[in-house]
Design a protein around this ligand. Structure first.
Ligand code: HEM
Length: 458
């Protein structure tokens, strides 16, 4: 079956009538703006207070619409695993990302989503992953060497953002991308910033208008490049992989599909990696004992400083993986996930009508005291094999779960561990005494002041 023939979803839902949700406890805040401002100001506190008052299913009002918040591992399992195909991601994420990243993988549903996911999966198999690792490895080693040459104070978040962008340019687009790289990066930064901008209409002068413009430039670039890459053949970067990827019937992905998937993939990787690598290194700076344990683990790999990192070496870094997982628990880069119910369903005894906008919340679940004792404490030992076996499988969901589970999660671990290898082999990181970084947790966790760290060569 060719992808273009797959029918578009036949479920253009309108929100349910207001009084159809009044049996659900909750409060919708101010007219029109609802709870939007409270959630933006203090997302974790606001949800914890609402959960204490109303329980794990409550009614709220965000961005102009009544929505239900469903909390805890069972809610995550119901909505994300979605065995009964009751929840649309298209109609959940669409209003947030649809203008800038239309038809990205996460914005497709059900059968059509499955077909596209299968086609994209080739770019995440071990062969291509090895090539991405080799680009990441070179880029990270070079950047860490620059940091080592200028030790002292550094703002971690902007440095990580720049590194992640530069790494994406080579691993996603190819080492020989040439002079367009700056233009593409600029266009892409505008799109990503617009994805989380508060004004959702592309009015002149707004971030959203710059984002929409950025998308035009990106579309232009990819449209021009696809035939060139196809004619050239080969190429080990992600873009070249998608140019050769096929559907089940052997047909190449259409130009439009490649544009939509590439734009979405770059966005999905960018802010999430920047956020998680910053919180990972921030925790190591705040916990020198863990930093030393990880440095010892890197030392035990016994790789000379100028030797490349291989997938096998990364496998031998379990403590680093546990520490990264713990950073993802404390500050999940995607703190909440929206869906829209496509049929009536019940949860915890509440009947909920089709059309309801629902949200699940990793940020809340990851701090539930009954699952995570002393939840604000950084403790990678929560991720030993045994500890993980004894928890609900939807208690830790930084990568989501079910059909839409993050396709790039191995890429994320690979980048985090490769970074840990070079960084810890060369540098130690600390915080000034008494300094406590202040994080904004929504829409994507980010330190408000950039996170000041002190680097020293080791
Ligand atoms: C630490 C880093 C990352 C985190 C925490 C993360 C988190 C997530 C989450 C929570 C989802 C599912 C959202 C939902 O179901 O509503 C998702 C989906 C996705 N992510 Fe990631 N992500 C990360 C890095 C990446 C990277 C590096 C890539 C690509 C190289 C990527 C590609 C994707 C794609 C394509 C999807 C959509 C999958 C689908 O709908 O089938 N992500 N990610």
């Amino acid at each position: 079956m060719s992808m273009q023939n797959v029918a578009s979803p036949a479920y253009a839902f309108t929100p349910p009538k207001r009084n159809s949700l009044t049996h659900i406890p909750g409060d919708e805040g101010w007219p029109i703006i609802g709870k939007t401002l409270q959630v933006l100001a203090d997302p974790k506190g606001q949800i914890e207070r609402s959960a204490a008052k109303y329980g794990p299913v409550y009614r709220s009002h965000m961005f102009g619409e009544t929505n239900l918040v469903l909390l805890g591992p069972e809610a995550n399992e119901l909505v994300l695993f979605d065995q009964a195909r009751q929840f649309s991601s298209t109609l959940g994420w669409g209003p947030i990302l649809g203008l800038l990243f239309p038809r990205g993988l996460m914005l497709l549903d059900f059968d059509e989503h499955r077909l596209h996911r299968r086609a994209l999966s080739v770019a995440f198999k071990s062969g291509p992953m090895k090539s991405y690792l080799s680009e990441l490895d070179k880029g990270i080693a070079a950047r860490v060497a620059q940091w080592k040459a200028r030790p002292g104070e550094m703002l971690l978040y902007p440095a990580m953002k720049q590194l992640t962008l530069d790494l994406a340019a080579t691993s996603f687009l190819g080492a020989d991308i040439g002079p367009e790289v700056d233009q593409i990066t600029r266009a892409f930064i505008d799109m990503v910033a617009a994805a989380v901008a508060p004004i959702r209409k592309p009015l002149p002068g707004t971030q959203m208008a710059r984002g929409v413009n950025g998308r035009k430039r990106i579309v232009g670039y990819f449209s021009e490049q696809i035939p060139i890459r196809r004619a050239k053949g080969g190429g080990e970067d992600l873009f070249s992989q998608l140019c050769q990827a096929t559907h089940e019937d052997g047909a190449l992905l259409s130009t439009q599909d490649i544009i939509d998937h590439m734009s979405f993939l770059m966005m999905a990787a960018h802010d999430t990696l920047t956020s998680s690598l910053t919180s990972f290194v921030g925790e190591l700076a705040a916990h020198p004992e863990w930093q030393q344990k990880l440095r010892d683990e890197v030392g035990a790999l016994a790789i000379a400083a100028d030797q490349p990192t291989t997938l096998d070496r990364l496998e031998a870094m379990p403590l680093s993986e546990m520490a990264f997982k713990e950073a993802l628990r404390l500050k999940p880069p995607v703190p909440s996930m929206p869906r829209r119910a496509v049929c009536d369903f019940t949860f915890k005894g509440f009947a909920i009508p089709a059309g309801t906008l629902v949200g699940v919340n990793p940020l809340f679940t990851h701090h539930m005291k009954e699952i995570w004792p002393d939840p604000d404490q950084f403790d990678p030992m929560r991720f030993t094999d045994e500890a993980q076996r004894n928890r609900h499988r939807f208690a830790w969901v930084p990568f989501g779960g079910g059909a839409h589970m993050c396709l790039g999660l191995h890429f994320a671990y690979m980048q985090a561990k490769c970074f840990a290898r070079h960084f810890l082999q060369n540098l130690s990181v600390s915080l000034e005494p008494g300094y406590r970084p202040d994080w904004q947790m929504w829409p994507i966790p980010k330190p408000r002041d950039g996170l000041r760290v002190v680097l020293k060569p080791v």
